[in-house]
Design a protein around this ligand. Sequence first.
Ligand code: ATP
Ligand code: MG
Length: 359
Amino acid sequence: MTHRIAVLAGDGIGTEVMPEGVRALEAAAGRFGIDLDLTAFGFASCDYYLEHGQMLPDDWHETLAAFDAIFYGAIGWPDKVPDHISLWGSLLKFRREFDQYVNLRPCRLLPGIQSPLAGRAPGDIDFYVVRENTEGEYSSVGGTMFEGTEREVVIQETVMTRTGVDRVLKYAFDLAATRPRKKLTSATKSNGIAITMPWWDTRVAAMAEHYPEVEVDKFHIDILTANFVLHPDWFDVVVASNLFGDILSDLGPACTGTIGVAPSANINPEGRFPSLFEPVHGSAPDIAGRGIANPIGQIWSGAMMLEHLGHAEAGAAILAAIEAVLAEGDPSLLTPDLGGRGTTTGLGQAIAERIADDG
Ligand code: ATP
Ligand code: MG
């Protein structure tokens, strides 16, 4: 079976780390006999926008819907195109129109990387944040009354639907059930947000009944953020609404060191539409063009993509190769953000060789 992958490198270091992501994918495909058909597109970049006046071609939906997954670099070049145009004109459109309702971010401390949390070693931090990606607090329901007067009132509603919440909870419970610890933590605030969050808690409890093997706990978002920092070893799978998940999915990877290594996935679990895999970092204009961007976030995102496409072993082999190269700690290979003097290409090649070798 051929997996068709759309490759969108985007802007800045996106165009530098993407070739290394592809190199790793090809190494894994070769070793595990996976048939990948990669097609690169120039749209969804600021250069495309400057030429065409829009981020995407008119037929982007049917073009991309024909693919099994989207491998995405980084978008944005604020000096050329304002971020609200580049982001809303590409990534956020994909999330919404391809119903990628799960945002998944692994938070895992890799060997050779210093956690900003004192005394933490690999093994102490290894969990996933599952963020609801389409509804919740980020609604456009609301408005302003008595605008510009002393009586000004601003309202923005949180919209949660049973379908929308249950489907992301189901994804999170399914994920927890596949993990050795089988533990799920719900992010709530039912002591302060009196309508939506108590209801969220009842949906979690209802879903938990279908998963007797999964241990469930919950924390209010305020103490949960503290516990990410104080006790990251408590967590296995953390599920959260859109806003809470947004916060946690930045905090979690921050606890695991450099932003250059963190991957993410925007998933349409039913596979009706392609899911999208991208590094957490942006286009990093400050280091773009120098060949020193860390390619690991892109490579690890590729590992998540293979796992999503049913090749868990190949995904695990990519992660093992990343860990092996990091553990060796050769400063001539590690990029500057990892404390070395290596290059994007050098590190990408070393990881790809490792993937191909370890048969
Ligand atoms: P976004 O585009 O998501 O808003 P941002 O502009 O806030 O992101 P990034 O582009 O991710 O931020 O860059 C933040 C900082 O991290 C910059 O100093 C950048 O150089 C650094 N950085 C980002 N990605 C990498 C990478 N892959 N390797 C090394 N450094 C990186
Ligand atoms: Mg940016």
